[in-house]
Design a binder for this molecule. Structure first.
Ligand SMILES: Cc1ncc(COP(=O)(O)O)c(C=O)c1O
Ligand SMILES: N[C@@H](CCCC[NH3+])C(=O)O
Length: 414
């Protein structure tokens, strides 16, 4: 199957009846394909097969335990950004020694948790964090393995909200401070400097920003070597884009080959942190049309899924393909696909040519990454169920929330 095409194709094959799944499990509903998750992970892993490397799936993209477990069984590593994500990885059978801990604001408790379980590496994002981690490790009688996340100041050419490698972004240590902070890290007694890392943004569809970042990072690694600071690994971050609407991001083969060529024989282990490239097109979001509505010259398809279930269209004006699950004989019109949430910005798609009527099912494609994980209970809407298709079986990997669960942990005044 072509990596560029919608990899949720597996979910529309004859042996996966999306309409039947919606009937059994209700809507709105997330559906994931195990086969596609595995294929995407292998596409990455095979792309760098000969070179020492570790694929650390970015848990934030989709942290469902079953998703993590599928990848853990393949031997995947994990990129986490919180103690909660670390707990999920462990619960799902992930190996702590294959975990890298990214994130611009780690708490002392999270540092302790990660040191206790023995993660592979902390991706440290500031001088202050470096000092804190050294103190925490010293107090626990441990040595913390660290990599420094350096901000290479390259324009990733993506949406400003998901660009992370520019000088003005909050992430990482500025390149012009990198040498000093590395020298400090090497001098601190409770740290072991292992690596260098960067992550310039998400949904990148061109190679050039990755290569520009790599050139700057390799120049740093060479400078550090001349100062006697030996770097064992280079973590290139995540960010490889997917096809939402005709984009043609590089195949992992081309991406890895280009990076390896730039590496030029340096004996550095490479770490990759892909999230979206593995999960996005392994999932769909299924919603049912509640009613059709016309306001002056505008037509709306009001559906039972909303921005609280899938926020990417509202938050980033992200375009995701929306298709009818079954053909109907309704006339085709341009619709805004909107949810029941009380916000004008509550839409899943705008101006989509669709033949639909009330009761029909729509699938929002490419929803496996940054879908359920970004959902909320806004408007007191229970979180939806997640189902994984595993060959000819389908497994509920998260139950739909009940109304009672909505107020669990809340208390009336005495
Ligand atoms: C540090 C880090 N690594 C990995 C990722 C995963 O990115 P993507 O899902 O674009 O591969 C992100 C998210 O942008 C990130 O912030
Ligand atoms: N949530 C973003 C990606 C963020 C990447 C994390 N730094 C999206 O849905 O596109």
């Amino acid at each position: 199957m072509d990596y560029f095409s919608y990899q949720d194709d597996a979910l529309f094959a004859e042996d996966c009846d999306v309409a039947q799944l919606a009937k059994v499990h209700g809507t709105p509903l997330y559906i994931y394909s195990r086969a596609t998750l595995e294929r995407h992970w292998h596409a990455f892993n095979n792309a760098v097969a000969e070179h020492p490397h570790l694929i650390c799936y970015a848990v934030k993209a989709n942290s469902n335990l079953a998703v993590l477990n599928v990848l853990a069984r393949l031997g995947s590593g994990f990129d986490i950004v919180s103690g909660g994500e670390l707990s999920r990885v462990l619960k799902a059978g992930g190996d702590p020694q294959k975990v890298v801990f990214s994130g611009v604001g780690k708490t002392i408790a999270e540092m302790e948790q990660a040191l206790q379980v023995g993660i592979y590496c902390f991706n440290v994002e500031s001088s202050a964090e470096l000092e804190q981690l050294n103190d925490v490790a010293g107090r626990l009688g441990k040595v913390a393995p660290v990599s420094l996340r350096i901000n290479p100041d390259v324009d990733a050419g993506t949406h400003p909200y998901i660009s992370t490698g520019l000088k003005e972004n909050k992430f990482g240590i500025a390149m012009d401070e990198a040498d000093t902070v590395f020298a400090r890290a090497a001098a601190l007694p409770h740290l072991h400097v292992k690596g260098v890392d960067c992550h310039i943004g998400s949904q990148l569809t061109e190679l050039k920003p990755f290569l520009d970042a790599m050139d700057r990072m390799l120049a740093l690694i060479d400078r550090l070597a001349s100062q006697g600071i030996v770097i064992e690994h280079f973590d290139v971050g995540g960010g490889l884009g997917v096809t939402y609407n005709g984009e043609t991001p590089p195949h992992p083969d081309a991406y890895a080959a280009a990076l390896l060529e730039r590496l030029g024989g340096r004996p550095l282990k490479l770490i990759f942190e892909p999230g979206r490239a593995i999960a996005a097109n392994a999932g769909i979001f299924v919603t049912q049309v509640l009613s059709l509505k016309e306001n002056s010259d505008k037509r709306f398809a009001i559906v039972d899924g909303a921005m609280n279930d899938l926020i990417r269209p509202s938050l980033y004006s992200a375009w995701q393909n929306i298709i009818p699950v079954q053909q109907t004989d309704a006339a085709t019109y341009a619709y805004d696909i909107v949810g029941p949430v009380c916000e004008t910005g509550d839409f899943l798609g705008k101006d989509r040519q669709l033949a639909v009527k009330a009761g029909d099912l729509l699938a929002v494609r490419s929803s496996g990454a940054y879908g359920f994980v970004m959902s909320s209970n806004y408007n007191s809407r229970p979180r939806v169920a997640e189902v994984m298709v595993d060959g000819d079986k389908d497994v509920v990997v998260r139950q739909r929330e009940t109304i009672e669960q909505l107020w669990q942990g809340e208390h009336l005044l005495p």
